[in-house]
Ligand binder design. Structure first.
Ligand code: ATP
Ligand code: MG
Length: 253
């Protein structure tokens, strides 16, 4: 079995009387894609937010690269190696692709204003930032668009840009919330190819409604309904699960 990078145990998130995530456990391994599927409102994005620190859990534990992270803030969790993308595209539209990625890369730098040699360390930090940007843009397949204004690129490229911004912080674990949403077939195919490439070096949690992509990519799946896990297993086990068929996959998939 490949290396376990993130382990969440018995996570629960209540919003008033609603248990949006109810006693959910999930393990993410390097070189594996773990898909989380389920109908609208199942709690998939809330689970992602609990793992990234965007929301504190009501109860439960998360271990990321050996550190306890449940309830820690997103910047802290990011520094421990977690990168995420959002369900709604989250870019600075008037800035170029490069500048978007550079801002993400710089978010990792810590500067001390009291260091008298700061200008030296600034220069070397900037070299590191630029190298990380180049790697992230290349990996996300955006070299030809690096100097294009982000808001003028295609929807598919904007989703690739979000992933490049995530990669610029050099995460080991990636949480991707509906990276294929709103894509046509050609865009979806290139995103699937990108995710397969990213899998070689990362542990990936993929939240997605596109079942063709999910069953192409996933090594394991967790199916959520109303905040709860109704099934977890390999693609074959999930496809043949009568409860999953009834609750989610149904006839059309
Ligand atoms: N901040 C919040 N405050 C109150 N309720 C919330 C909050 N965020 C999510 N919810 C509720 O929690 C439930 C789970 O929502 P969530 O967004 O996690 O679902 P989802 O599985 O991501 O759905 P979708 O497939 O539509 O993106 C929903 O009933 C939603 O209305
Ligand atoms: Mg969602």
């Amino acid at each position: 079995m490949s290396e376990l990078l993130l382990s969440a145990k018995n996570l629960t998130k209540r919003f008033g009387g609603l248990a949006a995530v109810n006693d959910v456990s999930v393990d993410l391994h390097r070189e594996r894609i773990h898909a989380v599927i389920g109908p609208n409102g199942a709690g998939k994005s809330t689970l992602t937010n609990l793992l990234s620190g965007d929301l504190p859990p009501t109860s439960g534990r998360v271990t990321l690269n050996g550190s306890e992270t449940a309830g820690k803030n997103p910047a802290h969790i990011s520094r421990l190696g977690l990168g995420r993308s959002y369900q709604k595209t989250n870019i600075f539209r008037p800035f170029t692709v490069w500048d978007n990625v550079r801002l993400a890369a710089q978010s990792r730098e810590r500067q001390s204003p009291w260091n008298p040699l700061r200008w030296l360390s600034d220069a070397s930090a900037m070299r590191g930032v630029n190298q990380r940007c180049e790697r992230a843009i290349e990996l996300a397949g955006l070299n030809a668009r690096a100097h294009t204004v982000a808001g003028t690129t295609s929807h598919g490229e904007q989703r690739q840009l979000e992933i490049a911004m995530t990669l610029a912080t050099e995460p080991t674990v990636l949480l991707l919330d509906e990276p294929l949403a709103g894509m046509g077939q050609a865009e979806a195919e290139s995103m699937v190819a990108l995710l397969l490439k990213l899998k070689q070096a990362h542990a990936i949690m993929l939240v997605e409604h596109d079942m063709d992509a999910v069953f192409t990519l996933a090594d394991r799946l967790t199916v959520m309904v109303n905040g709860q896990v109704i099934a977890s297993g390999t693609p074959t086990e999930i496809r043949n699960d009568a409860g999953v068929q009834a609750a989610y996959l149904g006839e059309e998939h």
